[in-house]
Design a protein around this ligand. Structure first.
Ligand SMILES: NC(=O)C1=CN([C@@H]2O[C@H](COP(=O)(O)OP(=O)(O)OC[C@H]3O[C@@H](n4cnc5c(N)ncnc54)[C@H](O)[C@@H]3O)[C@@H](O)[C@H]2O)C=CC1
Ligand SMILES: NCC(=O)COP(=O)(O)O
Length: 338
């Protein structure tokens, strides 16, 4: 019976609502929530649902989560949370709970980490450097370059860059970063999704994929050499293709994942197609981490209107990934010539 670490994220947002709501159903795993107990009790009361919290005992056998119950690792907030009202005083506690949940996975106490949304802005406003779970967890796990992959039932989109201002994106598309993103995506699709020879469609950065260098040089000077070397190493790579037609159905029918160069190039399409059903996965970590596809939705906190479907998908996919890790489908990663 696996244990899943669950973090509610921003206490003023819908994360706590989602945790207490999904706790009303049985799950084939023990859900260990890293949270302030009072936050969960008060949000459960607000939503009118029962909740019993049992302290986590790493020496006890894991037990399947029962309706109305959650296992908890208490991570106290500094100030009581008010639905919809951000408070920078709680930002450090949000990060601490995430770090504790990550460490529980690194220690093997939990098989995977599933996260509800944080509010990046309030963490920054509190003076903490933070651009997203992806980067935070990578640093905590001493991983130089994580890769963000979002999946819906019919589309997988990974990103070469994550939470960067658009102005910085072009400079971040280096041969080494592109190489790592492609190899990490290829290996993860084999390992977690059972795809034996992943077909990857790589988007260009510039309009019309640079139009032979007339609208930008990154495709010709950076992307094509990296992709040629990786094709020789055996990877099934297509592109770089113009991003504006990368997602048309006839192209998607022949590939397993799209690699976009930046956040909104890929996620706008994916969320338009599957918002609410999508799962965000951080690839390249020594732990399994999945997350919801949405943000903190502050105006919905405490109202009972937050949709749990993305969190349910994130929990289900985490369990599938846990089950798949022992499947021997890995290949040796081609290294990037520095
Ligand atoms: N995984 C994470 O930690 C993520 C965090 N965020 C953060 O969330 C904050 C707010 O971001 P926004 O861009 O406003 O996106 P958002 O996803 O919070 O809201 C976008 C729209 O979707 C609705 N919505 C979101 N989740 C919903 C749910 N479960 N059920 C029903 N409706 C839902 C909202 O009410 C709003 O209309 C930002 O600080 C952002 O950085 C955003 C995305 C992911
Ligand atoms: N758009 C994805 C997002 O903002 C969530 O990122 P992360 O917090 O999972 O790194």
């Amino acid at each position: 019976m696996p244990r899943l670490a669950l973090t509610p994220g921003e206490p003023a947002g819908i994360g706590a609502d989602l945790c207490v709501t999904i706790a009303q159903q049985p799950h084939p795993a023990e859900l260990v929530v890293f949270s302030d107990p009072d936050l969960l009790y008060s949000r459960a009361a607000q939503l009118g649902v029962p909740l019993t919290l049992t302290p986590f005992d790493r020496n006890a056998p894991a037990r399947a989560q029962q309706p109305g119950q959650l296992t908890i690792v208490a991570c106290p907030l500094v100030a009581p949370a008010q639905p919809g009202v951000l408070n920078p005083a709680n930002a450090a506690a949000v990060c601490r709970s995430l770090a504790q949940a990550c460490d529980a996975c690194l220690a093997g106490d939990c098989a995977a980490l599933v996260t509800a949304p944080v509010h990046k802005g309030i963490i920054n406003a509190a003076g903490l450097p933070f651009s997203g779970h992806t980067e935070f967890l990578a640093e905590r796990c001493h991983v130089a370059q994580p890769v963000m992959l979002l999946v819906t039932p019919t589309l997988r989109v990974a990103l070469v860059t994550t939470h960067l201002p658009l102005r910085a994106v072009a400079d971040a598309i280096t041969p080494s970063r592109l190489h790592t993103a492609i190899v990490t995506l290829d290996q993860s699709l084999r390992r977690y999704f059972g795809i034996m020879s992943p077909r990857l469609l790589v988007c260009g950065l510039n309009p019309h994929a640079g139009e032979d260098g007339h609208l930008g040089n990154e495709e010709r000077d950076i992307m094509m050499p990296v992709m040629t070397a990786l094709r020789i190493a055996g990877l099934d790579l297509h592109g770089p293709v113009p991003a504006d037609t990368a997602f048309i159905p006839s192209r998607l029918a022949t590939i397993d994942a799209v690699l976009a160069m930046y956040h909104d190039q890929g996620l706008t399409v994916l969320k338009t197609q599957g918002f609410g059903q999508a799962v965000n996965i951080t690839l390249g970590l020594p732990i399994i981490r999945t997350s919801v596809d949405h943000g903190t939705a502050l105006t919905l906190a405490g109202t009972g209107q937050a949709n749990t479907s993305s969190l349910e998908s994130a929990l289900a996919l985490a369990l599938e990934m846990v089950a798949s890790v022992n499947t021997p489908t890995m290949i040796a990663a081609p290294s990037h010539p520095e």
